[in-house]
Design a protein around this ligand. Structure first.
Ligand SMILES: *Cc1c(COP(=O)(O)O)cnc(C)c1O
Length: 381
């Protein structure tokens, strides 16, 4: 049964947190005339490194570029394998393909949605060079277990922490971590990314690679190696610095919206991320999981019903191995990673940002309740 909606609302899945101080920061750069390779890049890098608790941060054009440069700087290439999770955004696997190496998927822990360390270890072969895990939805992967496996087998660790800025420990447990600053992330510059690491050599290599392979002293037209233009302009670094200063407040406000959802959705036939509450997670999205008995295609139907009520929900994540490109390039089929597929078929991201008011959350929850009823998903979890 649908409930009546007097005024059609439109609640977006995400919205950025930009305030007047951010706008002033950008204007300052514009007035300076220093638009790229200027002082705001280094300033943001040192602020980010301090905030995350690492020695070095290297700002790059987006999170995918950060992942790519980590893979490249670690010397991973053709013939190499990297064990990784299928339940993620496609970039965490594509970055391995960019260097001609092979992503070898291992299944997830269905309770945390993160790479299952035992499955990861079972996927290791003599060609494995690294394990790339993702801090899915801001919740840390099981880094202590992954670290023990990496030491035992002589592997490097890569942290795709693009969704986890503000979660204590994000980006610190691996050889390097990648952050992303797309508008749905905790802080944003529209596009942007950064590598964080304690390894000065890796950071130096990343700085050369992001700048067309130019030597570290930036002699104007000397290119030491094949590089890219993955630079992040000063305007965007200033915007990120300005938001980074508010990160604790942003994380806190997001946690409050998550708590509202936890409250309002209690008792519905859904698995809620209530356990995350006490883990200090920096919330990236608020994801609910449909129960096991939900009929096939229920996820798509619930998302479509929510859209009818002006609620933009997200189909996070379709497992990477089932993406059309991966199916056609590698021949993957359903049934290969059953836990990732189970979770992927049931998880729905609800609208989530610091801008959501109590009334918005209320509206989303009513729309969700009605969508569950319409699709005959009832009873206790
Ligand atoms: C956002 C994100 C990225 C990076 O995305 P860009 O759009 O390239 O900044 C990578 N991995 C995950 C898991 C992400 O959520």
């Amino acid at each position: 049964m649908a409930f009546p909606v007097a005024v059609p609302l439109s609640i977006p899945l995400a919205s950025p947190e930009i305030d007047e101080s951010d706008i002033r920061a950008v204007n300052e750069v514009l007035r300076s005339g220093n638009l790229s390779c200027g002082p705001w890049v280094e300033r943001f890098e040192s602020e980010l490194a301090e905030r995350v608790g690492v020695r070095e941060a290297v700002a790059v054009s987006n999170g995918t570029a950060a992942l790519h440069l980590i893979v490249k700087a670690l010397g991973i290439g053709p013939e190499d394998e990297v064990v990784t999770t299928p339940y993620s955004f496609v970039a965490s696997s594509n970055c391995i393909l960019f260097e001609g190496a092979r992503p070898v998927f291992a299944d997830i822990d269905p309770l945390t949605y993160n790479l299952d360390p035992a499955a990861a270890e079972a996927a290791i072969t003599p060609r494995t060079k690294a394990i790339l895990a993702v801090d899915v939805f801001g919740r840390l992967a099981d880094w202590p277990a992954l670290d023990a496996i990496a030491r035992k087998h002589g592997l490097r660790l890569i942290d795709d922490c693009c969704e986890a800025l503000g979660t204590p420990g994000a980006g610190r447990a691996a050889a390097a971590g990648a952050f992303g600053f797309y508008p749905n992330k905790q802080i944003t510059s529209g596009e942007g990314g950064a590598i964080v690491t304690d390894d000065g050599g890796l950071a130096a290599a990343a700085r050369i690679l992001r700048n067309q392979g130019r030597t570290a002293d930036r002699r104007f037209m000397v290119h030491e190696r094949l590089g890219y233009n993955y630079r992040l302009p000063d305007i965007l670094c200033a915007l990120l610095s300005s938001q980074l200063a508010r990160l604790p407040e942003i994380v806190e406000r997001r946690a409050r919206v998550a708590a509202l959802y936890n409250d309002r959705l209690e008792g519905l036939p859904l698995r809620l991320p209530t356990a995350w509450r006490n883990e200090g997670v920096s919330w990236f999205v608020y994801v609910v999981e449909l129960p096991e008995r939900a009929p096939a295609q229920a996820k798509e139907r619930v998302i479509a019903d929510l859209a009818e009520h002006g609620v933009a929900a997200g189909a996070y994540f379709t497992p990477i191995h089932l993406q059309p490109f991966y199916r056609s390039a590698f021949g993957y089929r359903e049934g290969t990673f059953p836990r990732a597929e189970y979770v992927g078929a049931r998880t729905i991201a609800l609208p989530f940002s610091t801008r959501l008011q109590g009334a918005d959350v209320e509206h989303v929850c009513r729309a969700l309740r009605s969508a569950l009823e319409r699709n005959h998903i009832g009873g206790p979890v």
